[in-house]
Design a protein around this ligand. Structure first.
Ligand SMILES: [Zn+2]
Ligand SMILES: [Zn+2]
Length: 278
C-alpha cells in the first residue's frame, strides 16, 4: 500500500491494490471469521472468552500497515443489538483498548463498522475495524480547525438538535445539517478528548442498530476524534445506507438529505423506547 496526493489539494489517498484479493462471503466465499477458520486470519492480537466470543487480529488485506479487525461474535448471523449487554460492552472496551494501542504509533485512528453490502462490507459476520493512518485525514483536519476557531464548542450545546434519547453521559441526536438520511450522532455530554465510558455507549449503539434495522439492512458507524486538538469534541456518526452517494454529492461535496432530523428523532425514539436505568 502507498499514499498518493491529490494533485490540486494535496490531500492523501491510500492506494491498496492487495485489497482486491479479499474474499467476498456475500458471493459465496467461505467465512474466514467463523470458529474453525481461525487459521485463515493472521495471528490473534487478543481474544475474549473460552471458547472465544470476540477475536482481534491484524487485517489480512490491510488498507494501511496498522489495520485491525475485531470479530464481535462467534455466531455467523449475530447482530450487534442481539449481543448480551456485557458482551456488547466488552466489544466497545476493546475498541478503546485497540484505539489506544494504534494511536501510539499513527497520526490518526478510525474505528468503524461496515454492516451489510450497501455499507461496503465483504463479510457479513459481525465485525468492526480500526485503521491507523500516517496522516491526519482531511475531514478531521477540517473539523479540528472549525473547533479551534469556534467561539463556543458546537457539540457542548446541542439544544438545537433533535434528541432521540440520552443516557447519563451521552446524547443520541439526529443532527441538523446531516448529510445522509437517518444519520445520527452519539455525542458525549462532557467536553473531553479521552474516550473511555463503554457501558452506556454499548447500550446506545445497540439501540441505534435496532432503530436502523427498521430502515436498512446496511449501516456504517465511525468514531470521529480529534487527537491533539483540546477544543475538539469527539462523537460517533451512524449512517444507515439506503441510496448510493450520487453524482451531485460526488461532484460538489454537498449532500441532498431527504429526511429532516426532527422526523428521524420522532421515528427512532418511537422504535426504540429505552429503559434508561443506570
Ligand atoms: Zn462467519
Ligand atoms: Zn464540547
Amino acid at each position: 500500500m502507498t499514499e498518493e496526493l491529490n494533485p490540486i489539494t494535496g490531500e492523501p489517498v491510500i492506494i491498496a491494490p492487495q485489497r482486491e484479493d479479499r474474499p467476498n462471503v456475500y458471493d459465496g466465499a467461505p467465512c474466514p471469521f467463523c470458529p474453525g477458520a481461525e487459521s485463515e486470519t493472521p495471528p490473534e492480537i487478543c481474544r475474549d472468552g473460552d471458547p472465544w466470543r470476540i477475536r482481534v487480529f491484524p487485517n489480512r488485506y490491510p488498507p494501511t500497515e496498522h489495520s485491525e479487525i475485531i470479530v464481535e461474535s462467534a455466531l455467523h448471523d449475530d447482530t450487534f443489538d442481539a449481543l448480551a449487554p456485557d458482551h456488547a460492552q466488552r466489544v466497545v472496551e476493546l475498541y478503546f483498548e485497540r484505539y489506544r494501542a494504534l494511536a501510539a504509533k499513527t497520526a490518526y485512528v478510525c474505528i468503524f463498522k461496515n454492516q451489510g453490502r450497501k455499507a461496503g462490507a465483504s463479510i457479513p459476520h459481525l465485525h468492526s475495524q480500526l485503521v491507523g493512518t500516517s496522516f491526519v485525514p482531511a475531514r478531521i483536519t477540517r473539523e479540528s480547525d472549525a473547533f479551534a476557531e469556534a467561539p463556543n464548542c458546537p457539540l457542548c450545546d446541542l439544544r438545537e438538535h433533535p434528541l432521540i434519547a440520552e443516557s447519563e453521559n451521552y446524547r443520541w441526536i439526529a443532527p441538523r445539517g446531516a448529510r445522509l438520511a437517518y444519520q445520527q450522532w452519539i455525542v458525549p455530554k462532557a467536553h473531553e478528548h479521552v474516550i473511555d465510558e463503554a457501558h452506556e455507549l454499548a447500550a446506545l449503539l445497540q439501540s441505534s442498530v435496532r432503530a436502523m434495522s427498521a430502515i436498512s439492512d446496511s449501516f456504517n458507524w465511525a468514531f470521529v476524534v480529534f487527537p491533539g486538538e483540546p477544543r475538539g469534541h469527539w462523537y460517533l456518526e451512524l449512517l444507515p445506507r439506503i441510496a448510493a452517494v450520487a453524482g451531485f454529492e460526488l461532484g460538489t461535496g454537498t449532500f441532498v438529505n431527504t429526511v429532516t432530523g426532527v422526523d428521524v428523532a420522532r421515528l427512532f425514539s418511537r422504535i426504540e423506547k429505552m429503559p434508561w436505568t443506570y
